[in-house]
Design a protein around this ligand. Structure first.
Ligand code: CMC
Length: 392
């Protein structure tokens, strides 16, 4: 069997060769298919960014229109799928509903089972992007006991999501351009991040030959945890606690430094970024601009700034090279838009869907792809005898 090298948490193991996203963690560089994240955040739409990631290049106007049409045609859910929402308890976590419903999509006459050619894949990718958004909004509506709002056929992606979230019977919600811009940017910044926990999960499941929907559903579950996509929710809970209980920032930081406390500074630290996370820098600025344009103040933004300043000046965080990550300021933006805290990780999932699809395709297109099957170092009992119950 040869010698097996243990690499706990795969900190130093390249699991694949990928042409999708480039990160230089020392320099704080992030590029999708070679395009800098700063350019995409400022100038691209979420759907254009999704096309870049999934199909490998920025779409020309014709390709863009065709893909948009596919999204529109595929945005509504199959009528029978709507019954599933009634089956969940009212307090079901929206992440549980999202993963279950994405998995169920493959049962509802979608083209994914026949992804044998480029056009079948385009339809499946468009359907998954559009329906993930519809499912997310519907899970929120059923959670709060309101009727599910249908997608509109005349609205861009981010606006349409907000419409489905916040429209009520006889009162259609239309977001301001500032709100739509902020959400679009949030989604662009989350669209891919190479071999993170959820994307590696999607690739792992895909390597066994599972279909697109089953693989992405697994990614949603991997995203759920507080060290991954659940961190955006945990950051806002942390900042709210500091605010409500009037905890001095320095005391909270001391607690986060003490391993035995079990407390971490949420929204801080990253496996790859060792000098700064470029997404966090963009979102910090965006949070400030959005609150200003809405003419609202949020005490959590001030607390976030204080926490960041105190942590960056602290030897513990400096020595370990821990900086604010994408989740540190994103929750402030989502709150300002009106998204409830328990939907934050769902928002991350909507944003990450293009990346998951692109990585699924990279596995699917590689005819020589081996199944992912890591090795282990066995540390259990040596050869042990089975004994009848009375002798144990
Ligand atoms: N607060 C306090 N200490 C920390 C933190 C933190 N947020 N993050 C890492 N450390 C310490 C950790 O205790 C360890 O110290 P020591 O060397 O004394 O044992 C050292 O820094 C290295 O930590 P690690 O856990 O080995 O680092 P990792 O690369 O395995 O984990 C991480 C990365 C993001 C899971 C971790 O930094 C963390 O838990 N951060 C808080 C949760 C969070 O914000 N997650 C979002 C990540 S970015 C978006 C995403 O992936 O979803």
């Amino acid at each position: 069997t040869g010698l097996i090298t243990l690499d706990d948490g795969y900190g130093n193991t390249g699991s694949c060769a990928s042409a999708i996203t480039f990160i230089d963690g020392e320099k704080g560089i992030l590029r999708y298919r070679g395009v800098p994240i700063e350019d995409l955040a400022a100038r691209s739409s979420f759907i254009e960014t999704a096309e870049l990631l999934i199909f490998g290049e920025l779409p020309d106007p014709e390709a863009r229109d065709e893909f948009r049409q596919l999204l529109t045609e595929n945005s509504a859910l199959h009528r029978d799928m709507r019954k599933h929402f009634d089956g969940f308890p009212a307090d079901a976590h929206p992440m549980a509903i999202l993963s279950a419903m994405i998995n169920a999509l493959q049962a509802y006459d979608l083209p994914e089972i026949h992804i044998t050619d480029a056009s079948g894949f385009r339809r499946a990718a468009a359907a998954l992007l559009a329906k993930t958004r519809t499912i997310a909004a519907a899970s929120y509506k059923s959670h709060i006991g309101q009727p599910i709002a249908y997608p509109r056929y005349d609205m861009p992606y981010a606006e349409n999501f907000l419409h489905m979230m916040f429209s009520v019977p006889y009162r259609d919600y239309e977001p301001t351009p500032e709100v739509a811009h902020a959400l679009n940017m949030f989604l662009v910044l989350h669209a891919d991040h190479e071999q993170n926990c959820s994307t590696s999960t999607v690739r792992m499941v895909a390597s066994g030959g599972a279909n697109l929907f089953a693989s992405v559903s697994a990614g949603v579950n991997a995203l759920w945890g507080p060290r991954h996509g659940g961190a955006n929710m945990a950051v806002v809970e942390m900042l709210s606690r500091i605010h409500q209980e009037k905890i001095p920032v320095s005391r909270y930081i001391d607690q986060a430094k003490d391993r035995s406390s079990g407390v971490r500074l949420m929204g801080f630290g990253h496996r790859i970024y060792r000098s700064f996370d470029p997404r966090a820098q963009i979102l910090k600025e965006a949070a400030h601009s959005l609150l200003e344009s809405l003419n609202v103040t949020d005490p959590l933004l001030d607390i976030a700034r204080q926490v960041e300043e105190a942590a960056l000046a602290d030897d513990y965080f400096r020595e370990r090279r821990l900086y604010p990550n994408v989740d540190f300021y994103s929750g402030i933006i989502l709150r300002a838009i009106g998204i409830p805290t328990d939907m934050f990780t769902v928002m991350f999932a909507i944003g990450r869907t293009p990346g998951w699809i692109a990585h699924w395709k990279e596995i699917h297109d590689n005819a020589a792809q081996r199944i992912h099957r890591p090795r282990q170092l066995y540390v259990g009992e040596p050869l042990t005898q089975w004994l009848p119950p009375a002798e144990r």
